[in-house]
Ligand binder design. Structure first.
Ligand code: CA
Ligand code: CA
Length: 91
C-alpha cells in the first residue's frame, strides 16, 4: 500500500510533466499563433452569440470587466477592429 507521501510525489511528478508539456507547447510559435487565432475565433463567436455576457454572468463578473477588456484589446491589436464583447450594456 502506498503512503500519502508517495501518492503526493507521484501526482506532483505528473503535474510537473504537464507543466513542462504546456511550456514546450508555448515555446512553439505555430502553437502560439494557433492559440491566438482560436482565441480570436472564440471571441468573435462570443460576441456574435452574446456568449461573453453569459460567461461574465456565469463567472460572477460584471460586463466590461478586466478580462473582457483585455480580450477586446488583444483583438484590436491583432485585427485593428474595435469591438465590444458585451454590446447592449453601454446604453
Ligand atoms: Ca467591453
Ligand atoms: Ca460593453
Amino acid at each position: 500500500m502506498k503512503t500519502q507521501g508517495v501518492k503526493f510525489a507521484e501526482s506532483r511528478k505528473k503535474i510537473d510533466e504537464i507543466v513542462k508539456m504546456i511550456y514546450s507547447l508555448l515555446q512553439n510559435q505555430k502553437f502560439k499563433d494557433f492559440m491566438i487565432k482560436l482565441l480570436l475565433i472564440l471571441s468573435f463567436m462570443g460576441a456574435t452569440f452574446g456568449g461573453c455576457h453569459y460567461l461574465n454572468q456565469k463567472a460572477g463578473l460584471p460586463d466590461d470587466n478586466v478580462i473582457e477588456e483585455l480580450i477586446e484589446e488583444l483583438i484590436e491589436s491583432k485585427t485593428g477592429l474595435e469591438i465590444d464583447l458585451t454590446p447592449g450594456d453601454d446604453f
